[in-house]
Design a protein around this ligand. Sequence first.
Ligand code: ZN
Length: 168
Amino acid sequence: MANHLQFPERNSAYVATFDKGDLALPPAKKYIVVSCMDARVEPAGQLGIELGDAHVIRNAGGSAKEALRSIIISQRLLGTREIAVFHHTGCGMLLFSTDQLRQVVKDAEPDNHAVSEHVDKIEFLEFGHLEQSVKDDVKFLQDNPLVLKGTTISGWIYDVTTGKVSSP
Ligand SMILES: [Zn+2]
């Protein structure tokens, strides 16, 4: 299965020079990056994150709301104390609404009641405005009682056309 991806073959190049097998479980620099799953986004390279430094939590849009489960685990069990939320230009989350996506899923299987029932429970957390979406996510974390008090929280935008990061 998935042999076309050739993971073992390509991994052997990584293994050949790998020398970080003694890193500790908690992130050394005690921070979290929340970022989009977009294939053009690569937080480690773009932000200079070394292996073992940080938790990078990725999902569609870089949603802080969806990342909350992982953030709680990261803060309470693994000692992180700073959160940086990254959204990016050209994000797919600017292009559809939850209602539209629910309809796409339902239309694919119009007679399947279970599909309809389940997808109606999912909020896809799309956004209409990039800068505002970052500010909203920062505020969501600042106001959330499950995020540790005193956590440094910042919001950022990554530009997929220039590779640059900026504040919204
Ligand atoms: Zn995106």
